[in-house]
Design a protein around this ligand. Structure first.
Ligand code: CO
Length: 496
């Protein structure tokens, strides 16, 4: 790394890498671990904030690849002598991979959320997260009340909203950051209201209008779909469901109301961490709400068998038929499986895996039919959003597992042809890849002309690398090695 400039902007004493409570459980032989690799490194905290002008690159990064891939995810799980409970709780860290003239730069920085500031200043968990409540001590030992952060721990996704770059979580209060320096600018918008949640997966229409939803958990509870500043639909509900994403067709927004729902009274009386108030009821249906993007209002609500989903993949409409592709789980047990204690316990053999499912909503017959697009696992799905979102499409890129019974975490990348059901796979022993962001090549002629960018944990070398795959062949073009592990994150975006 001759021309590498390595600056250590900060050293977090208490969160030194490796301090991440590896109280190991379970019998897994050393040889098995050596063969499969130890994915738990991806759940350790990162101490160093780096800024590196040029990473070591193996292979050749296409010269046309320009801009900055910003990724978001947890970077730290310990605060003082406490730990967050769940993968989704960790303190947000942004990672920037910048491209130009075949080079790759890297920087990482914690988002200066209220949670992060309290952790640094007072050494306490001060605000409610997805599955962790604030330290009781700061409420003088009384039951913890919901404590809303002025600047949320926005660790899920990033987006450009107009001229601003924001980090997002499932709250309707994005956090602005500077994509050049990763410096946190501050919350964008009004203070959070108790029980008002949103999505880290907003959409935009072909004409550039934003479409998003909010869930009002406190009565009168409702799902609210908005476009720009306008309320498109308000769907009343007595027990609101947990919802992570939705999809657009050219005419409709489609919301999935799954039977993993909360009694609003529990939220205000029980003081359980947020997600622990939700209950799965496999005997109840999943409801698909179809909202008219032009006229507003609910065009139809259709019922189908219970399933759980985090991620819609894509959707499109044709007359009275709507096709919705999403990643479906049998139930909501995946949320339990992603508690850090379980993830770090090697005797827990697998994380439930979602399969890509196609639902066909027949509005004329008020009926939903569904089929699997492939029988393998896919999560963190990406499509060529600018070209195919809300339209018929062919390819989805995601993470997967090579063996549903043995894989403990995502250990391969998948490109699935949703027309033929044919997958292409990238994998390497000891490696655990993250979300694969598709980037279209200039003058692309096919939907898969471009590259897929994934940050891969190399558990054997105890580093991570940015993997550049040729999206058509799904083979490696280049890798750029980061000199420390990048913890498992969620979503990212290439900004140009
Ligand atoms: Co997501």
């Amino acid at each position: 790394m001759d021309d590498t400039q390595l600056t250590r902007r900060a050293l977090l004493g208490s969160a030194a890498a490796g301090a991440a409570g590896l109280a190991l459980g379970g019998p897994l032989s050393r040889s098995a671990l050596a063969a499969r690799g130890d994915f738990r490194l991806g759940f350790e905290s990162v101490a160093r904030e780096l800024s590196i002008g040029s990473l070591d690159v193996d292979g050749s990064v296409p010269g046309w690849l320009r801009g900055t891939l910003v990724r978001n995810g947890p970077g730290r799980y310990e605060v003082g002598d406490k730990s967050f409970e769940h993968w989704f709780d960790g303190l947000a860290m942004l990672h920037a991979f910048s491209f130009g003239r075949g080079r790759v730069g890297y920087a990482n920085r914690f988002l200066r959320s209220s949670s992060y500031e309290a952790a640094e200043r007072d050494g306490v968990i001060a605000f409610n997260e997805f599955a962790t409540d604030p330290c009781r001590a700061i409420f003088n030992g009384t039951a913890a009340m919901f404590k809303l952060a002025p600047v949320p721990n926005a660790n899920v996704n990033v987006a450009r909203l107009g001229r601003e770059f924001v980090a997002m979580t499932e709250l309707p209060l994005p956090v602005k950051f500077d994509p050049e320096t990763l410096r946190t600018v501050g919350a964008q918008g009004e203070a959070l209201r108790l029980g008002n949640t949103g999505t880290a997966h907003p959409h935009r229409t072909r004409s550039g209008r934003s479409v998003t939803y909010e869930v009002e958990l406190i009565p009168p509870s409702a799902y609210i779909v908005r476009s720009g500043g306008r309320e498109l639909a308000r769907i009343p509900v007595t027990k609101p469901a947990y919802m992570h994403s939705f999809s657009l067709t050219e005419r409709f927004a489609v919301l999935t109301e799954q039977p993993f729902a909360v009694d609003p009274m529990k939220l205000v009386t029980d003081w359980e961490p947020y997600i622990r108030n939700f209950r799965w009821d496999g005997s109840a249906p999943t409801r698909m709400h179809v909202v008219d993007l032009e006229r507003g209002g609910v065009r139809a609500t259709l019922e189908t068998d219970a399933f759980f989903t985090f991620h819609h993949v894509n959707a499109f409409d044709d007359g009275d038929r709507i096709t919705v592709d999403l990643l479906a789980y049998d139930d909501a047990t995946v949320i339990d499986a992603l508690y850090l204690k379980k993830l770090r316990d090697l005797s827990v053999k697998r994380v439930p895996a979602a399969t890509p499912r196609r639902l066909t909503l027949d509005l004329a017959k008020n009926r939903v039919t569904s089929r699997e697009l492939w029988d393998g696992a896919v999560e963190l799905p990406r499509v060529d959003y600018g070209a195919v979102n809300a339209r018929p499409y062919r390819y989805v890129y995601g993470v997967g597992v090579r063996d549903r019974r043995k894989s403990s975490f995502f250990d391969q990348l998948v490109k699935l042809d949703v027309r033929s059901g044919e997958p292409r796979i990238w994998r390497e022993d000891g490696c655990f890849p993250g979300e694969a962001v598709f980037v279209r090549a200039p003058a692309a002629r096919r939907e898969d002309d471009g590259v897929a960018l994934s940050v891969v944990l190399d558990s054997r070398r105890r580093t991570s690398f940015l993997l550049v795959l040729d999206a058509r062949t799904f083979t490696e073009r280049a890798r750029a090695v980061v000199p420390q592990p990048v913890p498992f994150g969620f979503h990212g975006e290439l900004f140009r």
